[in-house]
Design a protein around this ligand. Structure first.
Ligand code: LM2
Ligand code: CA
Length: 496
């Protein structure tokens, strides 16, 4: 299903990577609800392997042991409470569902809920799964049992991804266990799923699992017969045998080219220019907007995992990052997801980060709470990009301009652009090494507006720049390239 089931007037989600359920519940109530966010993608809630070497990496959560809802993010009652409170605040919860595989193929011990498992015996008694529930030499054609050739769809679907024990979703028993897990979450009030490693499962097997899912819970405020939202994580940069379009029938698909190409444009790699993104999205060969999910970075490619390479923009290049986020949130393409990260010290050696495994801020493996300073920023190592004024105000911008088309495109043929969203909003970005100075049509009614990049509208005044739209709808803009944020955004709800 392609519709995220947002409550009225909301149009973006945020990934609160590795946050605890108690903190997400608070964030829904104190920030996300009031600021117009539609939903939260949460880290995998099911029991995972405890990895101690390296010490409690973020990626241990991508190694399931059972479907008990106990992880370092919290237990089942905390999860239940979070979903209820977020729904009450108008914010939906989407679960990162790890259904392609279980743990690495040689790990054993106890998971985060104490359940024992032994990967070498293909044994997960807390589900239970046994040896016949996994792909093996009869289904995976490689000697090693691992994926060796991404041009062979059979290997990609039936062999092990990074040595992770690969479930056989062709079996009805496995399908039913997976559907039971997802249905349990639906019963608790979640609105849908990000389905991890979808490329590594057959689209028809995924459909068989999704067909077993219940409608969303009316009790939790969803409309009758609403179906769970699905976004399938498929890394498809256009050079492999498997394409994302094979999965459109099941739900949305992650569009990895969106953040990768936009990173190149804002970094001006290969002579890319902002003026080129006039037809960004389908015009650039990306998926149709109504079947895709757009994002600037995700939990993998912000640390060199997954796909996208070195040009991906992250919080570490904040000036460019905020411009790219503003563009994405103002641009009428796809469903948008904002990333919210934690900080870690990088240790670059030969182009890769030796610290790419580091887990969330913690004390002895217990995740630290997200503290909030009086100025609204976060402490304890949590970056909270979603709280950056330039980003959260553009989430609001997207809500305000929903339903309008892009009009009044303007560029200087290089790296200065501007465009309107009907008569509801206007964005201008200067990524040049010199000032932007021009008179540009905004499509907006004449009047004074608060620039929501440099400030907020508070009552009838603006804490940032005031922008004057003249009687003919144009604005006389000057944006220095040396500004902290060389861009301006105004919209109907920021009229003074
Ligand atoms: C994903 N999408 O398809 C996730 O977005 C990505 O974060 C997951 O990989 C991956 N699929 C599997 O769910 C991460 C991480 C890997 C890590 C796995 C499993 O990027 O590096 O692999 O989670 O924890 C780790 C080790 C790897 C080892 C594997 C199995 O890094 O060296 O392979 O465990 O023991 C032998
Ligand atoms: Ca598989």
């Amino acid at each position: 299903q392609w519709d995220p089931n947002f409550s009225t007037g909301r149009h973006s989600m945020v990934h609160l990577f590795e946050w605890k359920w108690v903190d997400i519940a608070l964030e829904c109530e104190r920030f996300l609800g009031p600021n117009g966010f539609g939903g939260v993608q949460v880290s995998p809630p099911n029991e995972n392997a405890i990895i101690t070497s390296p010490f409690r990496p973020w990626w241990e959560r991508y190694q399931p042991v059972s479907y008990h809802l106990v992880t370092r993010s919290g237990n089942e009652s905390e999860f239940t409470d979070m979903v209820r409170r977020c729904n009450a605040a108008g914010v939906r919860i989407y679960v990162d569902a790890i259904i392609n595989h279980m743990t690495g193929n040689s790990v054993q011990g106890a998971g985060t809920d104490g359940s024992s498992f032994d990967a070498s015996a293909k044994s997960y008694p807390a589900v239970p799964y046994g040896p016949t529930d996994f792909n093996d030499a009869t289904t995976c054609p490689t000697q090693s049992g691992s994926i060796e050739d991404y041009q062979d769809p059979i290997q990609v679907r039936n062999c092990q991804l990074s040595g992770l024990l690969d479930l056989n979703q062709g079996k009805d028993y496995v399908r039913q266990k997976l559907a039971d897990y997802l249905n349990k979450l639906i019963g608790l009030g979640v609105a849908g799923f990000r389905i991890d490693a979808s490329k590594h499962m057959w689209p028809a097997d995924m459909k068989a699992i999704l067909d077993k899912l219940d409608n969303l819970s009316v009790q939790h405020g969803f409309t009758a017969n609403a179906r769970p939202f699905v976004v399938q994580e498929v890394i498809d940069l256009g050079n492999e045998a498997i394409t994302g379009s094979e999965y459109f029938g099941n739900g949305r698909v992650t569009e990895f080219r969106y953040g990768m190409n936009l990173g190149e444009v804002f970094r001006k790699v290969n002579n890319q220019k902002l003026s080129f993104i006039k037809n960004y999205g389908e015009g650039w060969g990306m998926y149709a907007g109504n079947t895709s999910l757009a994002f600037i970075d995700n939990h993998d490619n912000q640390r060199g995992h997954g796909a996208g390479g070195a040009n991906i923009l992250t919080f570490r290049v904040a000036k460019l990052y905020k411009m790219a986020q503003a563009f994405m949130l103002a641009w009428p393409y796809a469903l948008t997801r904002v990333m919210s990260s934690y900080y870690w010290d990088q240790n670059m050696e030969g182009g890769s980060d030796k610290n790419d495994w580091i887990g969330p801020p913690n004390q002895d493996g217990n995740t630290l709470p997200v503290t909030i300073f009086p100025n609204g920023t976060c402490g304890n190592g949590w970056m909270c990009e979603h709280r950056w004024r330039q980003i959260s105000n553009m989430v609001k911008f997207r809500n305000v301009v929903e339903g309008t088309t892009m009009t009044n495109w303007w560029d200087n043929t290089e790296n200065q652009i501007a465009f309107s969203r009907g008569n509801k909003g206007f964005l201008a970005i200067n990524n040049e090494d010199r000032a932007l100075s021009a008179t540009i049509a905004t499509g907006l009614p004449a009047g004074q507006y608060c620039d929501v990049i440099s400030g907020n509208k508070e009552g009838s005044s603006c804490t940032g720049k005031t922008i004057t739209v003249s009687a003919d709808g144009s604005v006389n803009l000057s944006i220095s390239n040396t500004e902290e944020d060389p861009m301006v955004a105004i919209h109907a709800d920021a009229k003074l």
